[in-house]
Every structure is written in C-alpha cells, then in structure tokens.
Design a protein around this ligand. Structure first.
Ligand SMILES: Cc1cc2nc3c(=O)[nH]c(=O)nc-3n(C[C@H](O)[C@H](O)[C@H](O)COP(=O)(O)OP(=O)(O)OC[C@H]3O[C@@H](n4cnc5c(N)ncnc54)[C@H](O)[C@@H]3O)c2cc1C
Length: 390
C-alpha cells in the first residue's frame, strides 16, 4: 500500500492543473494518467482552444477574471507560451450579446461592438452580416502545450506524475481515507491510500465513480465531437477566434447543427466546429470517425461563412465532450472524494482556475459556487452558459 496525501486520478487538463496547484503549495500529491504523454484519447489534446470570454453568468465571469493572470502564472513557471490574445469575434443574429456586454463591463473585461464593415475589413476571412461583439483580452490557448507544461511544473514542484498507469477501482474507507487501485501498462499493480482522491476522468468519470459510496453526480453524457481544420487561402491573413450564433431563418441556417466556434491553429489551418452534437459514445469504444453528414454540413458552413478558407482542404479532428444536463461543471467534494467533471465542451479556458478550485476543495478551503455542486437541482429548461449549447 502506497500512502500519499492526495491522489489525482486522470491527467487531462483538469487533473494536471489540480496536481500543479497542489504541488506548488508543497502538498504531497501523486497523479495517475492511463495513457502516454501527448495522447489523443480524451478531451484535452490538439494545439488550440478558444479562450472566449463571452459569458454573462456571474459564476463564469468571476472565473474569467481570475483566468488570465493564472494562465500567465503557468506560463511564467513553465517557460511555455500558452495563451495568445488574438481577440474573439462573436457574431450572428442569435447571440445574447447585450447581456454579455453588460456582464463583462461590470467585471471590467473589455468588450466592444464593431459594425459589420469594420469587422469585415479587419478579418476578411470571415463573412459577417450582423454586428460583432469583440473581446480583445481573449483568443486561443494551446492545449497540447498546456498539458505538457502542467505535468512538467507539477513534477518540478515535487508531484509524482505517473503515465501509463490506469486506476481500476476507487474505494472510500471513511471520511478521511480513500483507496485507489491501479495497474501499469506492464501489469504492475499498486494500491494507493490517500486522505483525498481528486477524480478528473473526463469521459471515463462514471466508469470509476459509479457505485462509489456517497457520490451522486448529474447525468454525464459522453459524445464524440468532430470539428475540423480547413486550409487557409492566404497565410498572411489575420484571424480572431470566433463564435457564430445562428438566427431562425430556415434558408440561411436550416443546415446548421448548432452555433459554430472556431479559431486559427497556427500551422494547421482554421478550426471550426459544431458544439455538442456528436454521437453518444463509450470512451473505450470509439471509432474516431466523423459522421459524414455533420462534416458535409460543416464544409457547407465554411463555404458560406469562411471565405478565407478552402472548404475542400479539410482535416477532421476527434475529441470527447462530457456534458451535464445544464452544461455547468461539477466541482465538488463528497467525503474524501473531490470531483471535477462535466466540462461540457467549454472547460479548457478555465483550466488553471479549475485547478485552483479543486485544490482548495482538497485543502478544505470552502466550497465551489453552488452552480457547480454535484447535488444541484437541474433547471427544467437550462440555459446554456456559453450560448453555444442547443
Ligand atoms: C472538440 C473539442 C473542442 C473544444 N473546444 C473548447 C474551446 O474552444 N474552449 C474551451 O474552453 N474548451 C473547449 N473544449 C473543452 C475542453 O477541451 C474540455 O473541457 C477539457 O479538455 C476537459 O478536460 P478533462 O481533464 O476533464 O478531460 P480529459 O482531458 O478527457 O481528461 C481525462 C483524463 O483521464 C484519463 N483517464 C481515463 N481513465 C483513466 C483511468 N482509469 N486511470 C487513469 N487515468 C484515466 C484519460 O486518459 C484523460 O487523460 C473542447 C473540447 C473538445 C472535445
């Protein structure tokens, strides 16, 4: 039996950020990740994620205010460049932009409305037909570089970071003890006993938490999402990150699956994707293959709205969402188990802040906002916190 103060199970964005936060506080922490460094099996791989700040929900706006300095903190400690403030352009008839503008202004986050013509001149690769809400203190983060930076800095602060080590069972012994059984790729078994286990398993969350004493979570639905990179026509063209919200006009938007998010991924093209409409999957039984109709609709979107890309030069991506019924995260503590789950396709921008919140839960430094409670009541008609949800 290996004794450790805290065991973090799952080394994607949220587990790695928690291990980093605990280790830099001098805590005794071990992190178990079942795959090799740089794997592409979960939700945290790839060179780009939107650092979009267009939220109106106060719980997320507060996290956004904390996020920017925490990203810079991680960059300083790791020496890696992770967050690029290229700006985010939110547009389309369907966005709740006035609410967002008001919420951001109240929090001191810059946001301005741009007329269609000005936006079109600044970013000729995108077709705009409605006013644009632009956030300059926003942009994109490099996901792959972030995971590498988090693992490296956590280890540099003394965390025991284990790859190719799969947790097989979680047992709550009492309020202050939890055991985690594990096996390595070489078949070596080990049982850890800890005061706290942080469970950040993404799409695999219920595979290990189902039946664990006292743990009840909102329903988590795992989907296989398929954005794609499109080749750019002119490498010198400037691109913001973007979100595009459809209207009701059947002719213009009938083929859309959801609002669209996107950004330039340096060296790979412009990424664009539907949000949360992929097939429901078992994360261990995926085919990593795009649904042809969804891909064709995304290419049609690129032809209609992204004149700066070649819609036929397309490279699909495969990745998982783990979505709660209200698209709010689960950040909570139940006895000796701290859970970070259900990031619903919009968690990456908050990674260092989620790490801080989960580390605080380990340290007993208060609860996360009620919005993220595991036992929260789910609204009958939940409103998507990003406006991207259906
Ligand atoms: C296509 C796509 C686009 C996205 N775009 C954005 C965006 O633009 N902006 C944004 O903010 N967010 C975005 N997100 C969401 C964001 O990427 C996720 O919220 C975030 O990566 C979730 O991290 P995680 O740590 O919860 O999950 P994961 O990264 O899946 O981590 C879970 C980890 O647990 C490991 N694991 C599983 N089982 C075991 C076991 N038994 N033992 C040990 N380890 C185990 C897995 O290998 C994995 O590494 C996007 C997500 C996808 C899929």
């Amino acid at each position: 039996m290996t004794r450790v103060e805290t065991i973090v199970v799952g080394g994607g964005a949220m587990g790695a950020a928690t291990a980093w936060q605990l280790a830099r506080r001098g805590r005794d922490v071990a992190l178990l990740e079942r795959f090799a460094p740089g794997h592409t099996m979960g939700a945290s791989h790839g060179a780009s994620r939107n650092f979009n700040v267009a939220y109106s929900d106060p719980a997320y706006v507060r996290m956004l205010v904390e996020a920017l300095p925490r990203w810079r903190e991680l960059e300083a400690e790791s020496g890696a460049s992770l967050l690029d403030l290229v700006g985010v352009a939110n547009h389309g008839p369907g966005g709740a932009f006035d609410e967002v503008h008001a919420a951001l202004a109240a929090a001191g986050i810059a946001a301005e409305f741009l007329p269609v013509e000005e936006a079109g001149e600044r970013w000729p690769g995108i077709r705009f037909d409605h006013r644009v809400l632009f956030n300059e203190a926003a942009g994109r983060v490099n996901a792959d570089a972030t995971i590498a930076a988090l693992h490296a800095t956590a280890a540099a602060f003394g965390a025991d970071v284990r790859h190719r080590t799969r947790a097989t069972r979680i047992d709550v012994v009492d309020d202050e003890r939890v055991r985690v059984a594990s096996v390595t790729d070489d078949g070596e078994e080990e049982v850890f006993e800890a005061r706290t286990a942080v469970v950040t398993l993404g799409g695999w969350t219920m595979k290990l938490l189902d039946g664990v004493a006292g743990v009840r979570l909102p329903r988590l639905v795992v989907t296989q999402e398929q954005p794609a990179h499109f080749g750019v026509r002119d490498a010198a063209m400037a691109w913001p990150s973007f979100n595009h919200f459809p209207g009701d006009a059947e002719a213009a938007y009938g083929y859309w699956r959801s609002p669209v998010y996107g950004m330039l991924t340096p060296g790979e093209g412009v990424k664009a994707g539907w949000h949360g409409v992929g097939p429901v999957v078992d994360p261990d039984m995926r085919d990593f293959t795009p649904v042809p109709e969804q891909l064709a609709a995304l290419q049609r979107y690129a032809r209609d709205w992204l004149p700066g890309v070649d819609a036929d030069a397309v490279a699909p991506i495969s990745c998982t969402y783990t979505t709660t019924p209200d698209e709010h995260f689960v950040l909570d503590r139940i006895g000796p188990v701290v859970v970070g789950a259900g990031f619903s396709g919009h968690g990456f921008k908050f990674t260092p802040v989620v790490g801080r919140i989960l580390a605080d839960l380990v340290d007993g430094a208060g609860r996360a906002p009620a919005r993220f409670a595991a036992d929260r009541a789910i609204a009958r008609h939940p409103v998507s916190p990003t406006g991207l949800g259906r």
